[in-house]
Design a protein around this ligand. Structure first.
Ligand SMILES: C[S@@+](CC[C@H](N)C(=O)[O-])C[C@H]1O[C@@H](n2cnc3c(N)ncnc32)[C@H](O)[C@@H]1O
Length: 197
């Protein structure tokens, strides 16, 4: 892809398989998520909205590489639809990543509350339902499970999603929570926050 930055063959193959003609943008997003996992080295990463497992596999690839430094963690993807969950699990298997990630079928709200093994969350990627109400609840209701100093990454910080995220963060601030916030030029206007407390 680039002249100097070599892109892993497996990432190219995964992006072509799951993103079709948008595979180049997939590669950019994949490299970004992989870099965050390599730098942060979370023991538990939770993803809301796995779809067919592209982002789950990207994070799991970086977890596998963290393994060489004895820092391997685990990615829990959450996906509402059964066909997507099955495809995501198949992609994890076929890329040899089942040791580092799995996708749980269900609604983000129920899954995080009913699966204690998903906590404390040390890294979170929120890319599920983009409506105001759902994205509000994905951040507000789960903030208690996120470890201090953890990164939370939002896809599509725009339109209704932005309003929902802003409302949730403002309500959390009013309850005494603190975080740093930075807008990013990837993930279709993404947002990164680091929880302080
Ligand atoms: C934009 S796609 C995710 C793309 C994926 N993160 C990637 O980068 O390849 C959003 C996914 O979230 C799922 N979803 C929507 N609402 C959800 C919920 N409440 N709980 C879990 N998954 C949800 C949808 O079924 C869809 O597959």
């Amino acid at each position: 892809m680039g002249k100097y930055i070599l892109v892993p063959d497996k990432l190219i193959e995964l992006s072509k398989r799951t993103k079709g003609k948008n595979f180049r943008e997939g590669i950019r997003q994949g490299l970004f998520l992989m870099s965050l996992i390599l730098v942060e080295q979370p023991k538990i990463a939770v993803e809301i909205g796995s779809q067919t497992g592209f982002s789950t596999c990207c994070m799991a690839m970086a977890m596998a590489d963290n393994d060489y430094a004895d820092k391997a963690g685990y990615v829990y993807g959450i996906e509402k639809t059964i066909p997507h969950t099955k495809t995501a699990m198949m992609n994890l298997e076929s890329f040899g990543l089942a040791e580092y990630a799995k996708v749980i079928n269900g609604d983000s709200k129920e899954v995080i509350h009913s699966h204690p093994e998903l906590r404390p969350i040390e890294f979170m990627f929120i890319d599920g339902d983009h409506s105001y109400k759902k994205v509000y609840s994905d951040i507000f209701d789960n903030f208690q499970f996120i470890k201090n100093n953890a990164l939370v990454v939002f896809h599509d910080y725009n339109a209704d999603t932005k309003k929902g995220i802003d409302a949730a963060l403002s309500d959390l601030e009013n309850r005494g929570h603190e975080f740093e916030k930075i807008k990013i030029n990837i993930l279709t206007n993404g947002l990164l926050i680091r929880k302080i407390k």
